[in-house]
Design a protein around this ligand. Sequence first.
Ligand code: UN1
Length: 477
Amino acid sequence: MMDYKNYIGGTWVETQASQANVNPSDVSDVLGHAAKSSAELMEQAIDAAHQAAPQWAASTPQQRFDVLDFVGSEILARKEELGRLLSREEGKTLPEGIGEAARAGQIFKFFAGEALRQAGDRLASVRPGVEIDVTRSPVGVVGMITPWNFPIAIPAWKVAPALCYGNSVVLKPAELVPGCAHALVEILSRSGLPDGVVNLVFGRGSEIGPVLVESDKVKAISFTGSVPTGRGIAAACGQKLKKVQLEMGGKNPMVVVDDADLNLAVDACLNGAFFSTGQRCTASSRLIVTEGIHDRFVNALTDAMKALKVGHALEAGTQMGPVVDERQLQQNLSYVEVAAKESGRVIGGERLNRETEGFFMSPALVTDTDNAMRINREEVFGPVASVIRVKDYDEALAVANDTAFGLSAGICTTSLKLASHFKANAEAGMVMVNLPTAGVDYHVPFGGTKGSSFGSREQGRYAAEFYTTVKTAYTLP
Ligand code: UN1
């Protein structure tokens, strides 16, 4: 059994460990216990990051490349083992866990390369003889608060760019998945980073999160999680005039129009709605389907959904693992109930028993819904999707955009004209044509509009916007 310790100033710090890391596929399998840190320990981690910041800010591109490349190589070499750990603590299937671990490795590799490609602009001044340089400097200490649903990829896509651009880090991972964050930081601890550049603090978000957000030594906060928590963080950062980046919920529409390739649309919706047990902010949760294809689509998707094998995440052949914990399972089931009460027709959505005691449920499809129903307004964060029948593409687009969220939006169509129109007019940060709304590349920007995101984009070269400060220097030689 593992004892997940905090990592502060280059040392693994012994703390009273009390938060159990439980396998959602089998609650008798406890992976370990994580530190439940005090505000004081969080302060220590912030101090360590603050002290180490100038040294890392002055590091060369080669040093940054070497660290990030080392971490990326080790994650990729160990992707099976790390993927197994991920699936065991979070519950996504083993192929999904291995895929996510590989993604984390690739993210480090990408930013290793970016460390060598940090360029600025040199411009002529409007004044004679004056030269202008526009360059990027590190921000300083960056605080990161990460969710349980991507336990290694999300810490990776925050930590890697932070280090690439010369910042130091305090990472506060989700309580439910300490194992992956611990494994990642353990690799970072052997990567050649100076002590204090990366710090890891386990504990309750409500207790140690505010310390991180409010500290004057922390210059920026990157958060992925719920809208209410994000709002609170943004308000606190606003008070402190601190940089903030939020990735929050989604109620992502997938439009299926009459001319869609039916098999492709069913595959995209099955994947988008139910893979990773629907626990993705990019999940396709509103399937908006035009009249001419509606019944064929619903029948085919229902068959495909019912055929999904739900079970232990580590068992070969499992296509959908458990829900992450009892609280989330109850939330999912209560949304199914709400949808039924609101006159939706529910297929699936029942608690399931398996050989091991875990948080299993059958995927749920709610048909005959309209966009005003709660099931179509609020994020469930589980394997629950609803179908909204519409007359035509114009109505589909209007319904797709009628939401408080704007992370990802998809369309299944064989029409270039509709695809182009949708790309231009969907109010979302990411648009997918004939692809699931979830499952993104690691080298391009990730983020949304409206209530889904706040601040500049994560990932790809666009990450530089958040992790650096722009400096404009004028010289009269
Ligand atoms: C994906 O769909 O590949 O929390 C990534 C989430 C997102 C990541 C989704 N931040 O679900």
